[in-house]
Write a protein that binds this ligand. Structure first.
Ligand code: SPV
Ligand code: MG
Length: 562
């Protein structure tokens, strides 16, 4: 996740330009992406990828215990997490001049804006540790590393800072100046004169005797009483506060952890810790949420489908011979194959078919089948009852004799309701004598619906359904139910329970427009749900589907389908 905006300067260039300004550059130490972000939020100009901090974060001393790869990984995290340039503390460069070449290549390739190399021997010891060996490499050897570093960089704005530990190792001011001059001659872009004195006197003296344009860098860790402006006055251009974030974190963690352990209660240190929300903000949870919405597929639970394909079709006998209608071939592919393909393209892979007439013909390894052996004397609801086991979770129910567009299913799958039908608004616009005008379609009365127009834009929000059925006067209806509906998990439960209750009362009892429950269609169940107060909604389509009920439908489908 990059936090940099479009067309920003390279960080190397930004750092160089900032260095050219008159104000001193204030740099904050960090050891990982999060502490780097905190440095940025505090308003610093750059991040110091501190060897001291990174080592401490691993729980090891600052003594070249960590490898270059470990230090680089930490610096890379700071660089990626922020828009600030990162100045990486590379200790002695991880070897001799030859190793320095690779160090520069790797750090530069990782987007680090500058590196700093010190003239300690390898393995170095932190400048402040007492009673440890403190030796420097020769001035020539370190100048060779600086030359190697400068020769290795590809980006002309990449900065190489040469650091001398002469004062910390007990050498004279003259020695420190001589070393600094040799490093400047070798091409260093800045000189870090380090000091572990309690006062700034020696670095101020160094600065007063530094006559070259190569900028100076101070790290006021032990001589902490000096201000950045005082250092700037003396000629320092970069001031590094190398480890203060880490030390604040240690104090904060010690205090909170001790209190919580003592009180053995999670809220015991609430006055000293940030709320979780602050962590979420810092690590970019809002961006994560945005990216999930933008880039992940809609994360709805999986949907299963039940195809109601039991009925016998006398009108299509000539075409079908003894096959069920689902197996009617249109341009070489059956209705069922077309349905399965469209469903699969919409992520609906688990499909069951309720078979009846010609049932032994419907067999596919991927299909679950249920049989309605009373298909001649029963309706769709009875078929659905045969597949009642499938009514769990999100379920799509559809007729076995329709071919439909992928967009129809995609729209339906996005619907938030518990019971949602697909309705076709084009029904009103069908010219007289066409299929819809001849057949008795299942019509739908929508709540607060606008009149259908020739230029159709489907309503963005699902529409409430007031009535659905085959006997609704055309003048009252707004649309036609196309024979596809979606049940949410709750919707499936409601349908299961309603069916159980109706069956318990008897298959011969009438249901809505049907003389008996066993002959009832899906629309009778839907109207029953509405009557019981269950909200039923509709998503609109304008064409995008064909029902094959007659030879004319078949011909139309043949000419329209690919
Ligand atoms: C570091 O932060 O690792 C430094 C600066 O090298 S200092 O610790 O002050 O030496
Ligand atoms: Mg260091």
């Amino acid at each position: 996740m990059s936090t940099s905006g479009p067309a920003t300067l390279r960080k190397t260039t930004a750092l160089r330009r900032r260095l050219a300004e008159s104000r001193p550059l204030l740099v904050g130490g960090a050891h990982n992406g999060l502490s780097g972000k905190l440095v940025q939020e505090a308003g610093f100009d750059a991040i110091w990828a501190s060897g001291f901090e990174i080592s401490a974060s691993f729980g090891v001393p600052d003594a070249n215990i960590l490898t270059m790869a470990e230090n680089l990984e930490a610096a890379r995290a700071m660089n990626t997490a922020t828009t600030l340039p990162v100045i990486a503390d590379c200790d002695t460069g991880y070897g001799n001049a030859v190793n320095v070449i690779r160090t520069v290549q790797e750090y530069e390739a990782s987007g680090i804006a500058a590196i700093c190399i010190e003239d300690n021997v390898f393995p170095k010891r932190c400048s402040f540790y007492s009673e440890v060996k403190r030796e420097l490499v020769s001035s020539e050897e370190h100048a060779g590393k600086i030359r190697a570093a400068k020769s290795a960089q590809r980006d002309p704005d990449f900065l190489v800072i040469a650091r001398t530990e002469a004062l910390n190792a007990g050498w004279s001011m003259e020695d420190a100046l001589a070393r600094a001059n040799a490093y400047a001659d070798a091409g260093a872009d800045a000189i870090l004169i380090h000091s572990k004195a309690k006062t700034p006197d020696e670095v101020l003296e160094f600065a007063s005797r530094w006559k070259r344009p190569v900028p100076l860098v101070a790290v006021p860790t032990t001589y902490k009483g000096v201000s950045a402006s005082r250092l700037a006055e003396a000629g320092f251009r970069i001031v590094i506060y190398a480890n203060h974030g880490l030390r604040a974190a240690i104090r904060g963690m010690q205090s909170a952890l001790r209190t919580i352990r003592e009180k053995a209660q999670a809220d015991a240190a609430d006055d000293r810790i940030v709320p979780l929300e602050e962590v979420y903000r810092l690590v970019g949870v809002p961006e994560l949420q945005r990216d999930e919405k933008t880039f992940l597929p809609v994360g709805a639970p999986p949907v299963r489908a039940v195809v109601l394909a039991a009925g016998y079709q006398p009108h299509l006998k000539a075409l079908l011979r003894d096959a069920p209608k689902s197996l009617l071939e249109i341009k070489g592919r059956t209705i069922l194959a077309r349905q399965l393909e469209t469903l699969a393209a919409c992520g609906v892979a688990q499909v069951s078919v309720v078979r009846g007439f010609g049932k032994e013909r419907i067999q596919l390894p991927t299909l679950r089948t249920y049989d309605n052996d009373r298909y001649e004397s029963t309706g769709e609801l009875y078929s659905l009852g045969c597949a009642a086991k499938e009514l769990t979770g999100r379920v799509l129910c559809l007729y076995g004799d329709i071919v439909f567009d992928r967009a129809v299913i995609q729209r339906l799958l996005e619907a938030p309701g518990d019971v949602t039908l697909v309705v076709d608004r084009s029904w009103r616009d069908e010219p007289p004598g066409s299929r819809a005008a001849e057949a008795a379609p299942d019509l739908v009365v929508e709540k607060d619906s606008r009149p259908a127009g020739r230029r159709f834009v489907p309503s963005a929000a699902p529409i409430d359904v007031v009535r659905v059925g085959g006997r609704i006067p055309a003048a009252e209806a707004h649309s036609e139910f196309i024979g596809i509906l979606l049940l949410s998990e709750k919707g499936s439960k409601v349908v299961r329970e309603t069916l159980d209750e109706l069956v318990a009362k008897g298959w011969d009892r009438p249901l809505q427009e049907s003389p008996s429950l066993e002959r009832a269609g899906l629309t009778d169940l839907l109207q029953e749900l509405i009557a019981r107060g269950q909200p039923v909604q509709a998503v609109e389509t304008y064409k995008g589907w064909i029902e094959i009920d007659s030879f004319e439908d078949y011909q139309r489908a043949w000419s329209m389908l690919s």
